[in-house]
Write a protein of this length. Structure first.
Ligand code: COA
Length: 165
């Protein structure tokens, strides 16, 4: 065991062979977050996930970190990069979004999510992202705060959205 207790696990970046593992770990996260997905929506989401990971795995705009034990994925964290015309809060024009931070219940509290997020934060810094954003669940919030994330409120704008689908 190292100081974080994570040496029993293989920590690695997902590659093109991990499509199935990523679909499974995304569905596991969604099942917990939404306390089960209705069957029809699960089917639609699974179809999209297969297409999404096929397209983005191995590309510059998406990284997934995985922790494995005996070949089984036990923890995950994804990051998605975007590029937009620069503004003061994103002076480099590059921003990042973290999602699907998930550790299988039997392996929680062993430092796995902390380790995977640390790798993604390092990568985002190296790639010149101005910030990393995320939506925190109650379980995730203390973890993110420990890593330096803070609540973000724009000084002069209100975040809005128009839900289309
Ligand atoms: C939130 C979640 C991802 C945390 O995963 P995890 O792998 O257990 O996280 P870590 O072990 O890195 O850190 C969690 C806690 O364990 C502690 N910890 C770290 N290493 C530890 C070790 N070796 N032994 C005991 N505890 C340890 C951390 O300090 C942290 O403590 P805290 O509760 O005081 O903040 C996990 O609970 C989960 O999957 N929840 C459901 C999905 C979810 O809500 N995800 C967040 C989406 S925003």
């Amino acid at each position: 065991m190292d100081i974080n207790g994570t040496t029993d696990f293989k920590i690695r970046k997902a590659d093109k062979n991990d499509l199935r593992a990523l679909v499974d770990v995304r569905l596991a996260y969604l099942d917990e977050d939404w306390k089960g997905l209705p069957a029809d929506q699960r089917f639609i989401i699974k179809t999209q996930l297969n297409a999404y990971f096929k397209k983005h795995l191995g590309s510059d705009d998406f990284t997934a970190m995985l922790a494995e034990q005996d070949g089984e994925t036990v923890s995950s964290a994804f990051i998605i990069y975007s590029e937009r015309p620069a503004n003061l809060p994103f002076i480099t024009g590059k921003t990042a979004l973290i999602l699907n931070v998930f550790t299988a219940p039997a392996h929680r509290g062993k430092g796995l999510a902390t380790k995977l997020l640390g790798e993604l934060i390092r990568e985002a810094r190296e790639r010149g992202a101005s910030f990393i954003e995320l939506s925190a669940t109650p379980a995730g919030r203390p973890l993110y705060e420990k890593l330096g994330f803070t609540l973000y409120q724009s000084s002069h704008c209100t975040e809005m959205r128009l839900q289309l689908a």
